[in-house]
Design a protein around this ligand. Structure first.
Ligand SMILES: *Cc1c(COP(=O)(O)O)cnc(C)c1O
Length: 481
């Protein structure tokens, strides 16, 4: 090993030359480890982590000494080691305060779950559960049975199955229903949903041949009819969830597409994306298409996400006819894409809330945030204004400003919800850099605070400020965090 020593490192070795003297003042790893001041911290996190923190700190000290600094006194060294232990022990997945105003934010974990769902997932993690066990019969069961009944009741489907996410649901359904066959999709619906979900690529991955039908802005029933042929295996409609085609447009509705597909003896599938289970206009929100509507219109399969508007865990829900769902469940990919007991527990609890139809807007956080009254949001912004002004300093002006929140995750892409934000502008003429720095200071807080910069201002939309986060945020801004 010795011959691997990097050039120059010899100067810093403890055996030669004048620079050794300050290094000698540094205590050894073992001596630091044995300090009573560290005992509680080491007891909590273990010797291995403490040793790593100590070696890291000693390394940093040697580098500082080499650069001309004096050796740090023991108390300072111990405090630095404790900070390093805390950093090493901290979770990588960090809690953040979302003030982007986007309720279903894919980068921030999408839907917040109902307390009942959180409890159900925690219970499933802590103890044994009858995940694939029929307790009455005393034999093997099917994990889909946990949610199948709820999904059938809520959507009117004959059968249901659940996989890891909606992308998985689409791939699985395509592979099971139309592998090696042609799949007809309107040119207006060749969607890309963030990241790597692009309809043409998904088709390829599932082993299907995509046949584009119609044009980008207008597709008619006759386009589908003339595209159908002996190799057609499926007609697919993809909900244009993150954009809107407006102006001179035409698309074919579910009932017509289902009729055309069935007349030709092939199934009709709808990828709904978000898929709300209830009509959101009840809560003053724009209406999103419902799986039960597509099914009633004749769709054989409808897929949607568990963690978008539904407000549950990440999952891909597939509902449809008994025959189509049976084919999907028999496909080997189903086993590869199945979801965990945590997911199923949380999903079941979420579906049970919908089934009860009782106090939904209080029990489902996504609905609560989407339906949150603008007055309530404005009041929260007002309460935080003085603390944010003090945090930002004299060179910024903070005020409460009306804004528009996004629902997010492609749900209802063109709709915005009236909201209020803390609006921070720089007093300087070109304050762009200052705003970036302020945004960075907010992200550097113990619980990072995320907003968005546009129109020469930093906007902190308070729609997504959770009641439980308000005190944390205020405390952090006042330096108590
Ligand atoms: C979001 C979305 C998907 C992907 O769903 P995930 O649950 O993120 O895998 C697929 N199709 C549409 C139309 C979507 O909106």
């Amino acid at each position: 090993m010795a011959n691997l020593t990097l050039p120059g490192a010899g100067e810093a070795s403890a055996t030669t030359g004048p620079p050794t003297a300050p290094f000698a003042a540094l205590p050894s790893v073992d001596r630091l480890l044995g300090q009573p001041e560290l005992a509680a911290c080491v007891g909590r996190h273990g010797q291995a982590l403490a040793k790593r923190a100590i070696s890291d700190e000693l390394e940093a000290q040697r580098a500082a000494i080499r650069a001309g600094a004096a050796a740090a006194p023991l108390p300072a060294l111990l405090a630095a080691v404790e900070r390093r232990i805390a950093t090493l022990a901290a979770p990588t997945l960090r809690r953040v305060i979302n003030l982007t105003g986007t309720v279903i934010h894919t980068n921030l974990g999408r839907a917040l779950l109902a307390e009942e769902a959180v409890d159900a997932a925690a219970a499933a993690m802590r103890g044994y559960v009858a995940l694939e066990y029929d307790v009455a019969a005393g034999g093997r069961g099917d994990r889909d049975d946990l949610v199948d009944g709820w999904l059938r009741e809520l959507t009117g489907a004959e059968a249901a199955t659940v996989v890891n996410n909606n992308a998985a649901a689409v791939v699985l359904a395509l592979a099971a229903l139309a592998a090696k066959k042609e799949v007809l999709v309107s040119r207006g619906e060749l969607i890309e949903i963030g990241g790597a979900f692009r309809m043409p690529d998904i088709m390829k991955a599932a082993g299907c041949r995509l046949l584009e039908v119609g044009t980008t802005n207008r597709t008619h029933a006759r386009d589908f009819e003339s595209a159908l042929g002996p190799r057609t295996g499926l007609i697919v409609k993809a909900h244009t969830s993150n954009y809107a085609v407006e102006g001179f447009t035409a698309s074919v509705d579910d009932a017509t597409l289902a009729r055309i597909a069935h007349a030709h003896g092939v199934p009709y599938m709808v990828d709904l994306g978000s898929g709300a289970l209830i009509d959101l206009s009840r809560y003053g929100l724009p209406k999103e298409p419902l799986p039960q509507e597509s099914l009633a219109a004749g769709a054989d399969v409808v897929t949607f996400s568990g963690d978008k508007l539904l407000g549950g865990p990440q999952a891909g829900i597939v509902v449809g006819t008994r025959a189509a769902i049976a084919r999907i469940k028999r496909h080997p990919l189903k086993r590869a894409l199945r979801c965990s007991k945590m997911t199923l527990a949380a999903l079941e609890a979420t579906l049970r809330i919908y089934r009860s139809a009782h106090r939904l807007e209080q029990r489902l956080p996504v609905l609560a945030l989407l339906a949150r009254a603008a007055d309530d949001i404005g009041a929260a912004a007002q309460r935080l204004l003085p603390a944010l002004q003090a945090f930002a300093g004299e060179s910024f002006v903070v005020r409460v400003e009306s804004c528009a929140s996004q629902i997010g995750s492609g749900a209802l892409p063109v709709d915005r919800l009236p909201s209020f934000a803390l609006h921070v502008a720089s007093r300087r003429r070109r304050g762009g850099r200052a705003l970036e720095q302020l945004a960075q200071r907010l992200r550097a807080l113990p619980v990072p605070v995320l907003g968005r910069i546009h129109d020469d201002a930093l906007w902190l939309d308070c729609r997504t400020l959770l009641a439980a986060d308000e005190a944390t945020l205020a405390g952090q801004l006042c330096g108590a965090g």
